[in-house]
Design a protein around this ligand. Structure first.
Ligand code: AMP
Length: 290
């Protein structure tokens, strides 16, 4: 960023588009960081990373109702907006997009975006409609901003894959960047939902990352993948997780099951703790292979 300036605020697609048009007309590249707020160091890493490859950065903050199921935490989801704006003041961000729900979804809103099988497996199975909500809101954010680049965290790995596919299928033309998972010193992936964990649950939580690391090592040493997945579930239950929604080695692009580690894979897991679903994943590259 070349000059010191305050954070601009856009409330409507029109306001944002006007500013983006002016930037792009001046030859500047524009990046978008979609978030639901309650910003932590993981979100801020996305801002820093995208700022390295664009000239102007917009952070959107919108708790998107359509990606929450009826029994999920939409109402309880944290919304510390003043704190978020203060956190962004120290970042290489130029603007925030803060639409309200009525702007995003007027009463006669009637279009939605579905991403086929990719959106129905894994998270899509446990959260029906979730990726339809995500795909629709991301299409709106990319359309409203016309950003050149947008960035998403590997923390929500399936979301990243879904969005890459969506952007390709619908010819949206936005470059999609991925950012690695930012973790606590004990390995727990940062998440706005970690705030729901009490001290006891917080002590159990890092076992998720530890277990994934152990499974990765065992797979790289030639362990049979289905047996390792079962071992992962057993370890997580033993560590104190109440349930394991999945723990599975997948193809990194199709997210289909793989039978052997003969090329890079993704190990994805979701385990439940004190009513909170904790997500984590790791890249697993065969040793001596790809
Ligand atoms: P959310 O506000 O949860 O919708 O997340 C907004 C973006 O931040 C998504 O692209 C997430 O994948 C990303 N993100 C969330 N937590 C982390 C993390 N611990 N490390 C990296 N990216 C993250």
């Amino acid at each position: 960023m070349d000059e010191a300036k305050g954070l601009q605020q856009f409330r409507t697609p029109g306001e944002m588009r006007m500013a983006v048009r002016a930037w792009q007309a001046a030859g500047l590249r524009v990046g978008l960081v979609p978030t639901m707020g309650a910003l932590h160091a993981g979100h801020l890493s996305l801002v820093e990373r995208i700022a390295e490859v664009v000239d102007r950065v917009i952070v959107s903050i919108f708790v998107n109702p359509t990606q929450f199921g009826p029994d999920e935490d939409f109402a309880a989801y944290p919304r510390p907006i003043a704190r978020d704006l203060a956190a962004l003041a120290d970042q290489p961000a130029d603007a925030v997009y803060l639409p309200d729900a009525a702007t995003m979804y007027p009463e006669d809103f009637s279009t939605s975006v579905q991403v086929g099988t990719l959106g129905k497996i894994l998270e899509g199975k446990f959260r029906p409609g979730h990726f339809e909500g995500v795909a629709t809101v991301v299409t709106k954010l990319l359309g409203a901003s016309r950003a050149d680049v947008a960035i998403f965290g590997e923390k929500d790995y399936q979301q990243l894959v879904v969005i890459r596919r969506l952007v390709r299928d619908l010819d949206l033309g936005t470059e999609i960047l991925a950012a690695p998972i930012v973790r606590e010193p004990d390995g727990l992936a940062l998440s706005s939902r970690n705030a729901y964990l009490d001290a006891q649950a917080r002590a159990v939580a890092p076992a998720l990352y530890r277990t994934l690391c152990a499974l990765k090592k065992a797979a790289q040493s030639g362990g049979e993948l289905r047996a390792l997945e079962r071992e992962g579930v057993r370890r997580l239950r033993e560590a104190g997780f109440e349930a394991v929604d999945y723990c599975t080695f997948r193809d990194p692009e199709t997210l289909q099951e793989i039978s052997r580690l003969d090329r890079p894979a993704r190990l994805l897991a979701v385990a439940r703790l004190a009513g909170t679903r904790l997500l984590d994943n790791l890249e697993v590259v065969p040793i001596g292979g790809g």
